[in-house]
Design a protein around this ligand. Structure first.
Ligand SMILES: NC(=O)c1ccc[n+]([C@@H]2O[C@H](COP(=O)([O-])OP(=O)(O)OC[C@H]3O[C@@H](n4cnc5c(N)ncnc54)[C@H](O)[C@@H]3O)[C@@H](O)[C@H]2O)c1
Length: 246
């Protein structure tokens, strides 16, 4: 139980990759704050976590809203003595070719995927700085590294998140707080369920390991980055993509 008595906040953890991360950290003994805009599903995830014998609370929070993020961190602090791990996982897509992309779809994706990570990191950093320890993991994407037609908003948000990760790592390193990013490739969740079978097959052909990933593949990388095994790792981007980008 390498995370016994640690507390993790995982944003967007009602379903998909975030849920897998929350369960994986809980299996290693962490208490988990399950945070999402979808409170009903977050509560279900929280119940599954408690069944593993650790503590969990579900808190509704839109990460793009500063007041909601501050309230999330206050409630987490009231429930648990320390906040040791923050996983900025909440993310959305609003794909379209640039010519057809509405300004509101640009703003939404940047607000959730990039500003959201800034707001949560800022709110949690005060606590981690006092503790003189902390682990932050940002959920980027290979799209933030290689770009993608029809995803200029998403690529900009994830590329920005990678730059934000490196800046956070440098700014907080003297307080023993690490910050890393995970860049998943094509992972089977609700987000990629929208893709047609033909598109998925085309992507699959380009993946050296020959398959799409599962949420638990990403969760394993996050577990490494928040564990003692990664105490000398900061400012890095760990690709979890079956070898797609190398
Ligand atoms: N699935 C993939 O192939 C893939 C690849 C690369 C990166 N990612 C990233 O992984 C993360 C998780 O994606 P997923 O595939 O599990 O998607 P998903 O849609 O299944 O889950 C996203 C979760 O985030 C929540 N959410 C959305 N907006 C929110 C907000 N404003 N505040 C709080 N929560 C919010 C949703 O309710 C949902 O529970 C995202 O950041 C995504 O960009 C996914």
């Amino acid at each position: 139980m390498q995370l016994k008595d640690k507390t993790a906040i995982v944003t967007g953890s009602a379903q998909g990759i975030g849920k897998a991360i929350a369960l994986t950290l809980a299996k290693q003994g962490a208490n988990v704050v399950v945070s999402d805009v979808n409170l009903e599903e977050a509560q279900k995830t929280s119940k599954e976590i408690e069944a593993l014998g650790v503590k969990s609370v579900a808190i509704k929070c839109n990460v793009a809203d500063a007041a909601e993020v501050d309230a999330l961190v206050k409630q987490a602090q009231a429930a648990f003595p320390t906040i040791d791990i923050l996983v900025n996982n909440a993310g959305v897509t609003r794909d379209n070719l640039m010519m057809r992309m509405d300004e509101k779809d640009w703003d939404l994706v940047l607000d959730v995927n990039l500003k959201g990570a800034f707001l949560t990191t800022k709110a949690v950093s005060r606590i981690m700085m006092k503790q003189r320890s902390g682990r932050i993991v940002n959920m980027a994407s290979i799209i933030g590294v290689m770009g993608n037609a029809g995803q200029s908003n998403y690529a900009a948000s994830k590329g920005g998140l990678i730059a934000f990760t490196k800046s956070t790592a440098k700014e907080f390193s003297s307080r023993n707080i690490t910050c890393n990013a995970v860049a998943p490739g094509f992972i089977e969740t609700a987000m990629t369920a929208k893709l047609t079978d033909e598109v998925k097959e085309n992507y699959r052909k380009g993946i050296p390991l020959g398959r799409m990933g599962g949420p638990e593949d990403v969760a394993g990388a996050v577990l490494f980055l928040v564990s003692d095994a990664a105490s000398y790792v900061t400012g890095q981007v760990l690709h979890v993509d079956g070898g797609l980008v190398m």
